[in-house]
Design a protein around this ligand. Structure first.
Ligand code: ZN
Length: 333
């Protein structure tokens, strides 16, 4: 594997706070010798653990982007021990474009890991994280939301891991984050996720889904801001008291039938709200054909009993879209 073409303008070993860029050369019609400049902040104070905090892995998921921009503006070196690496806009071209994927190569960063140093631009970003940033960290927090096409009941999540100690520590970090729901998440396809390479590297990793629809709310931002601080306090980096969190519900996604997939194109009419309990076989939505009148709607039912934790956000829905996700309430993760 050749060396990366990305060069940081910050020094990862220097004490203090530095705002800079990961500079990724990119030549196009607007700039022959141009670069994509991915913002990065390093805060370091002596020896201690390192946390890698990321947002904008998908460019239209705003809680992480916003919370990390705020953190970079407000954190003081004297507040911490160790090091924080803050990247609010991992897939910067996507964030700048307000889209899930990169407008340059249509790359979905969170389906591009571990990446390639000589691949398309999104794979180059993935490769830099895989081989340079992730190895530097002890703790990693990657803040996702639903983006323009999904909406979530806000939750923090970990995956099932083979390493029991790593699993315990990840669950402890998730609990410290303090989202209203803690989820043992089952991915539709984990093969090329950032999550998978961070966990394989043995790091303590927490991810989130904090809302959606391509915006934020005061409630989801409060969860994100508190969660970022609590995560850093839990890691022993931010020297402060954990903020108490509201009642937490533990949830599990034990099987693939948690996902309800649309098999129709049409107009989605949800009959259940996020956070509502559903019973197996109960109506959760109708999909209405719109290309002619007089066609009965298709009824969608709950694939299992549990709680509605995710829904397709726009009313327009297509075959293959995730219509809903139903998770199971459990006593503990
Ligand atoms: Zn995402």
């Amino acid at each position: 594997m050749q060396e990366t073409s990305i060069s940081p303008t910050v020094d990862f070993d220097q004490d203090g706070i530095q705002h800079g860029f990961l500079k990724l050369p990119h030549s196009d019609d607007t700039s022959a010798w141009g670069s994509v400049m991915i913002p990065i902040t390093i805060v370091k104070n002596g020896e201690g653990p390192t946390a890698l905090l990321t947002g904008g892995n998908h460019g239209d998921e705003y809680e992480g982007i916003t919370a990390l921009l705020k953190l970079a503006n407000t954190i003081n070196t004297s507040d911490i021990k160790g090091r924080i690496i803050i990247v609010p806009a991992m897939n910067f071209p996507a964030v700048a474009n307000g889209s899930r994927t990169s407008p340059i190569d249509r790359g979905n960063l969170n389906r591009s890991f571990p990446g390639r140093s000589d691949g398309p631009i999104t794979e180059k970003i993935a490769d830099y994280f895989s081989r340079y940033l992730v190895p530097m960290c002890d703790y990693a927090l990657d803040i996702h939301s639903g983006g323009k096409t999904l909406d979530f009941l806000p939750f923090a999540a970990v995956h099932r891991l083979n390493n029991a100690a790593q699993q315990q520590q990840s669950i402890a970090a998730m609990k410290a984050f303090g989202a209203p729901v803690n989820m043992m998440i089952l991915e539709m396809d984990a093969t090329s996720l950032y999550d998978t390479i961070v966990e394989a590297a043995g790091k303590i990793f927490v991810t989130t889904e904090l809302g959606g629809g391509g915006t934020t709310t005061p409630e989801t931002m409060a969860i994100a801001d508190r969660g970022v601080r609590n995560f850093l306090i839990h890691a022993g980096i931010l020297q402060a008291e954990l903020e108490p969190t509201p009642t937490v519900q533990f949830m599990d996604m034990p099987e693939e039938n948690c996902y309800v997939t649309s098999e129709d194109e049409g107009i989605l009419e949800m009959r259940k709200n996020l956070g509502e309990d559903v019973s197996e076989g109960e109506t959760i939505a109708f999909v209405h054909a719109f290309k002619k009148t007089g066609v009965p709607p298709v009824r969608y039912t709950a694939s299992r009993s549990g709680m509605l934790v995710c829904r397709h956000h726009p009313a327009k829905i297509a075959i293959g879209d995730t219509l809903a996700v139903i998770a199971e309430k459990v006593e503990a993760c």
